[in-house]
Design a protein around this ligand. Structure first.
Ligand SMILES: Nc1ncnc2c1ncn2[C@@H]1O[C@H](COP(=O)(O)OP(=O)(O)O)[C@@H](O)[C@H]1O
Ligand SMILES: [Mg+2]
Length: 325
């Protein structure tokens, strides 16, 4: 073995950073060292491998997906692997059915494609803030073992203005190359600026490039567009999605389930859940999670992991007063 431990470590870190140039230059050092140590044949083989890898422009040397966007892409989207599962979410039964269908078709897409059908892969999620739209994209990614790329359209548009359409094309090209879940968050930003005194021509270019992208999106990636303001979206846009999922504020039972689930690691025997119907009214799933966390912290800092009824009641009242502040 002619590669030293230092070389191996350097190779791995260059690989992890996706730095191909550094990777190849270290590999060349290993080849040079082999030659110096008299392993001429190995040195030649190594150089040939490096040359052919460079010639093929192999972006990564392993089949793992590119997770950290680099270069220009790093400014446009965030990437990660999620730990959220669909079972961690409290969902209306009809929403859950639709999401299960998406997973089923994606998992069985080989069978569908053999007969010329494509799996559902373009989803429009809409509903009030804090009802689980972004979380759903993360959960779908986790269930399918895919990385999640998030593109915040509102940020993108205000930051790049006249250049947005061309920046989006960069994102779309990456999407065609990497199987992943692509979440276009605050999706209404695409339609909202028309007529609001902004550059109408640019708004149309952005919309058109997005429509083109939707038409061409590879069916093995999921494109998830999420919006709090469905009414701002162009009707023509709706038809381009395979599936529209409507999110809503929780029913009383769902609200209590959100609370219970978030507090499942604590002792809650003293909590009279059914008394919280009025207190949970009007709160979103996100606000309920925040209330549960606040109750838990109060209990922990108060000395133990036992949640008293009053901890939860107070935390819910506090959420309501924040909402009306
Ligand atoms: N349906 C849900 N079930 C469980 N927790 C939820 C749900 N919806 C929202 N949450 C909680 O609220 C947080 C924010 O939700 P998010 O998905 O960002 O809402 P949205 O994108 O609809 O505005 C989540 O990280 C999660 O803690
Ligand atoms: Mg969101």
């Amino acid at each position: 073995m002619t590669a030293s431990a230092e070389h191996l470590k350097a190779l791995l870190s260059a690989h992890a950073a996706g730095d191909n140039d550094r990777f190849y230059s270290i590999a060349m050092q290993v080849a040079a060292k082999s030659a110096r140590q008299g392993h001429g044949k190995l040195a030649v083989e190594l150089r040939e491998l490096i040359d052919s890898a460079k010639a093929e422009k192999i972006p990564r040397l392993s089949p793992t997906p590119v997770v950290q966007p680099r270069g220009e892409l790093a400014n446009l989207l965030t990437a990660g692997y999620s730990d959220t599962r669909l079972d961690d979410m409290t969902l209306a039964p009809e929403v859950r059915l639709l999401l299960d269908k998406v997973l089923h078709e994606q998992r069985q897409r080989g069978r569908l494609e053999r007969f010329g059908f494509t799996p559902v892969h373009r989803l429009l999620l809409s509903g009030p803030p804090g009802t689980g739209k972004s979380m759903t994209a993360a959960a779908l990614a986790k269930e399918l073992g895919l990385p999640l790329f998030t593109i915040r359209l509102d940020g993108l548009i205000s930051r790049f203005m006249g250049e947005t359409a061309s920046k989006l094309r960069t994102v779309f090209e990456a999407a065609a190359a990497t199987r992943a879940v692509y979440l276009f968050d605050e999706f209404d930003a695409l339609g909202a600026d028309r007529g609001a005194g902004n550059d109408v021509g640019e708004a149309r270019r952005i919309l058109n490039s997005f429509l083109l992208f939707l038409d061409q999106a590879p069916p093995e990636s999921l494109v998830v567009a999420a919006t709090n303001h469905r009414q701002l979206l162009d009707r023509a846009l709706f038809r381009r999605f395979d599936l529209a999922v409507l999110y809503a504020a929780p029913s009383t039972e769902q609200a209590i389930e959100v609370l219970r689930r978030r507090l499942s690691g604590m002792s809650t025997a003293a909590v009279r859940w059914s008394e919280f119907a009025a207190r949970t009214d009007q709160l979103s799933q996100a606000e309920l999670v925040q209330a549960a966390e606040s109750a838990a912290k109060r209990a922990i800092l108060g000395g133990d992991d036992v949640i008293e009824h009053q901890h939860v009641a107070d935390a819910l009242d506090e959420r309501h007063s924040l909402r009306h502040a």
